[in-house]
Design a protein around this ligand. Structure first.
Ligand SMILES: Cc1cc2nc3c(=O)[nH]c(=O)nc-3n(C[C@H](O)[C@H](O)[C@H](O)COP(=O)(O)OP(=O)(O)OC[C@H]3O[C@@H](n4cnc5c(N)ncnc54)[C@H](O)[C@@H]3O)c2cc1C
Length: 441
């Protein structure tokens, strides 16, 4: 056969395969891609940068002493970081998904403890209320949390239910004008300092609902988790609901549809972890470059050695690849958010959305979900690999918790587990290509 015909046939087949994997208009706006930051984004990043620099030494001290950094809330309050993507109607800044990710990227340089505080407060905290709460709930809780008067947390994971939230055992019962919750949630970031959390429980029929719980409610208890591997300036807690009383008006969305809310929150959480991971890699690169240019062995700086340069090139390519996956996921997330805002102008939006009647919504959500999973899976693995390489370049100088690279290594290990462990995300990514009938998790 004419070799040109073989190549043409192969190309056609490749096009068919890639077309099947792409959303219809996925690349339609490539020609207008803009890699410049706007003046607003630059101004915001400058403020975030100043806030990060001003607490850098204290953050290290808190990390080494395993204590919460109580300067974070007052320091970041004026940057808008306590409610960056929250609507201006509720005293947020109304930032889009990319702008928020850029801010998390800068914060990630200071360490994943600090970034996780914001992920728990904003991404899987406030955004759950903004996306799914009713007007009354948003008015009651969002302004206080954007002002930093009340901190938020997200409590889904339980000792028997990690990657598979459907196996949760926390129960709720209706009693008069309130619900009563019983069960345990663990590893909950910000749990010990939160004023308000969102959580999930099952009714007798096995269906999951989502609730807002004030931490001063009767029957709410929290214990700090001790002896963590890393993330030492972030508190994680184990929460016990012991006949915990929750007013009826604190149900989020529709009864029995809590898992859709949890999965949507996890999408926001994953994107925040991915964005923060870019910052981790930037910091690892800075540390590695600085050290390798000054440390002399065998008569010249380590930076002159080819094997050291290989590590540096790998960190840089990890970081840049992750960056574009994250920014692309942000674009998909933003498109989804704008579509939902349009839907909210119509009556019964919640019913329509949860009943998956709106095929545009389903398509946009699946696309955002896929790209966010890819970004989180890649960026967190890349951050762990980059931190490991930075530690190797620094040698014994990094074998101490006082080393930024060492702390990134310990902390980025957690990022590959939380907000959807990376194996489960791999299966999710594969399923999005193979089809639902190949779901393997
Ligand atoms: C530091 C930290 C902070 C956290 N913060 C929060 C929080 O704020 N709120 C909250 O609700 N939760 C939080 N979590 C919990 C986190 O979301 C869970 O740890 C995560 O979902 C994984 O659950 P698991 O640890 O029970 O692991 P498991 O689900 O038991 O999984 C163990 C291992 O098996 C793998 N695995 C699981 N299923 C499959 C499969 N089908 N195929 C192949 N491999 C599989 C996983 O990838 C993982 O590597 C946090 C966890 C940590 C470590």
């Amino acid at each position: 056969m004419d070799p040109r015909r073989v190549i043409t046939a192969k190309l056609n087949l490749m096009l068919l395969i890639t077309d099947a994997m792409r959303a219809p208009d996925e690349f339609s706006n490539l020609s207008v891609m803009n890699f410049e930051l706007s003046k607003e984004q630059k101004d915001l990043l400058k403020q975030i940068d100043q806030a990060c620099n001003s607490i850098r030494d204290y953050e290290t001290e808190c990390y080494l002493n395993e204590g919460i950094n109580e300067k974070v809330v007052p320091t970041f309050a004026s940057t808008g970081m306590l409610g960056l993507p929250i609507s201006k109607k509720y005293n947020g800044k109304g930032a889009d998904a990319l702008t928020y990710a850029l801010a998390l990227e800068r914060i990630g340089q200071e360490g994943s403890s600090l970034r996780t505080f914001f992920s728990c407060h904003v991404s899987i905290g406030q955004l759950v209320l903004q996306n799914w709460g009713n007007d009354e709930q948003k008015r009651k809780y969002l302004p206080n949390t954007t002002a930093g008067k009340s901190i938020m947390a997200f409590a889904l994971t339980e000792p028997p239910a990690g990657s598979d939230p459907t196996s949760m055992t926390t129960k709720f019962e209706e009693k008069g004008d309130h619900y009563v919750l019983n069960g345990t949630k663990h590893w909950i970031g910000n749990a010990t300092i939160a004023g308000v959390i969102t959580t999930y429980a099952k009714s007798d029929d096995g269906k999951v609902s989502a609730f807002i719980v004030q931490t001063d409610s009767k029957g709410f208890r929290v214990n700090r988790i001790q002896h963590k591997m890393g993330l030492h300036s972030l508190d994680n807690g184990e929460i016990t609901f012991d006949d915990c009383v929750v007013p009826k008006e604190n149900l989020i969305g529709l009864k029995g549809r809590g898992l859709s809310i949890a999965y949507s929150a996890l999408m926001d959480g994953r994107l925040s972890v991915a964005a923060g991971s870019i910052g981790v890699m930037e910091d690892c690169l800075n540390e590695a470059v600085k050290y390798s240019k000054t440390r002399v062995q065998f008569g010249e700086p380590l930076a002159k050695k080819q094997l050291i340069q290989k590590h540096i090139a790998s960190i840089a390519s990890n970081m840049e690849s992750a960056r574009w996956l994250v920014y692309r996921a942000c674009a998909a997330k933003q498109k989804l958010a704008e579509h939902v805002e349009e839907m909210k102008k119509e009556g019964n939006w919640l019913e329509n959305l949860l009943a998956k009647k709106n095929s545009d919504y389903t398509q946009l959500r699946n696309e955002a979900d896929r790209l966010v999973a890819l970004a989180k899976y890649y960026a967190t693995n890349a951050a762990f690999d980059s931190a490991n390489r930075a530690v190797q370049i620094l040698g014994s100088a990094a074998y101490s918790m006082k080393s930024r690279a060492a702390r990134h290594l310990l902390d980025s290990r957690a990022s590959t587990i939380l907000e959807g462990a990376n194996e489960v995300l791999e299966l999710k990514i594969a399923q999005s290509i193979l089809g639902r009938e190949y779901r393997a998790y």
